[in-house]
Design a protein around this ligand. Structure first.
Ligand SMILES: [Zn+2]
Length: 377
């Protein structure tokens, strides 16, 4: 639904119908899918299919639903969506089960959207909040962002098996933490600017509260969750971080809106070296820039830098893949493209390219704008 199609005063909150998380949760797929009919399509790439198919088909068979796998080729382009949809149309289907990381989930959403079927998402990693969201992203053959599509509703169910997530590489969970850490601040800025959420309405008090909970959960449980990942064994900290990265983060961006940190992902796509870094790691860097623009006190910046350093989130462009110290030209290029992102309007004051350049320079040199800007109140 395009933003702005509701009167400006409407508060809107949307969410998946059901969220199920825990070790072995894949066994919930059968009863969930069977409620929608006896035929399900399982969309996943070949690697993920091997990982989830036995548990998914077994659980569905027990519940009386037959599963047909559709192998996703790995890149979500219009041609690949067309190929999957053509194959899907030839099959009986009452529900689409979408499994994988961001792209596998998005491929399943695209098929469900085109066939007007409900979708159940099964994230196998917790690197982003796509599984709870109603949007999916389509790329061209050169892997440039082509469009963001909106399903009419959020997924029917999100099923997160933390026994699978516990085996994922550390960098992927870090990306999930990075995608989530911005939300408290982006939601607060969007709220202050009266910006629209993804449903074209104003955020609710619930969205603000969830954003605070998301941030507090990350600070309290990131270390424990990363330790659980080393042991490849879920524990309460990993459960908390997965909930923050998949459920809370998704509810926050859809219901609370976005601001500078996510706009930065557009700017970072301008440099080939930072363009291909994981979305959540780009957002972690963008959050540092947003904090500078918010003129956060030096004590806050020091605490956040210590947190980033301890767990391994990127604090500068070099850590985001740039093979050199950032030049003025690098920063100007990123700032110019970032400024074109619509979420940049969701900030407590209008921002110029110069504001962004100054904030990025402060981030790169690890100093607070509080220390450099005497006019700052
Ligand atoms: Zn994100």
């Amino acid at each position: 639904m395009p933003t702005g199609s509701h009167p400006a005063s409407r508060r809107i909150f949307g969410a998946p119908l059901r969220y199920i998380q825990g070790p072995g949760a894949l066994s919930e797929t059968g009863p969930t899918a069977a409620a929608m009919g006896p035929h399900a399509l399982l969309v996943a790439d070949a690697f993920v299919l091997e990982m989830v198919e036995p548990a998914v088909t077994g659980s569905c068979r027990q519940a009386g639903t037959q599963v047909t796998p559709l192998v996703f080729a790995g890149e979500i382009t219009p041609a690949e969506i067309e190929r999957l949809v053509t194959a899907a149309r030839a099959l009986p289907a009452h529900v689409v089960i979408a499994a994988g990381g961001g792209k596998g989930i998005d491929a399943g959403k695209a098929v469900a959207h085109r066939l007007q079927l409900p979708v159940v998402t099964l994230p196998t990693i917790a690197s982003n909040d796509a599984p709870t969201s109603k949007i999916y992203v389509v790329y061209d053959e050169q892997h440039r962002l082509l469009k963001v599509e909106h399903m009419p509703c959020n997924p029917h169910a999100v099923i997160v098996d933390t026994a699978l997530i516990a085996k994922a590489p550390r960098k992927l969970l870090l990306a999930g933490i990075g995608d989530a850490i911005s939300k408290k601040f982006e939601v607060a800025q969007c709220h202050a600017a009266q910006g629209p959420n993804i449903f074209g309405g104003l955020g609710t008090r619930a969205a603000l509260a969830l954003a605070d909970l998301c941030f507090d959960t990350l600070l309290a449980h990131a270390d424990g969750a990363l330790a659980a990942l080393e042991r490849q064994s879920p524990d309460p900290s990993l459960e908390a971080i997965v909930e923050a990265s998949v459920l809370l983060s998704g509810l926050c961006f859809e219901n609370g809106g976005l601001s500078v940190a996510h706009s930065m992902t557009r700017g970072l796509s301008a440099l080939p070296e930072t363009a291909h870094e994981l979305h959540g790691l780009q957002v972690a860097y963008g959050t540092m820039v947003q904090w500078q623009l918010e003129r956060r006190p030096a004590t806050f910046m020091d605490e956040m830098r210590a947190f980033y350093r301890r767990i391994g989130l990127p604090m500068n462009l070099r850590q985001l893949g740039l093979p050199r110290a950032a030049t003025d030209a690098d920063i100007d290029t990123i700032a110019a493209l970032t400024l074109s992102a619509p979420h940049m309007r969701n900030f407590d004051r209008p921002l110029s390219a110069q504001d962004l350049v100054q904030a990025m320079r402060a981030v790169e040199s690890e100093i607070s704008t509080q220390e450099t800007k005497h006019e700052t109140p």
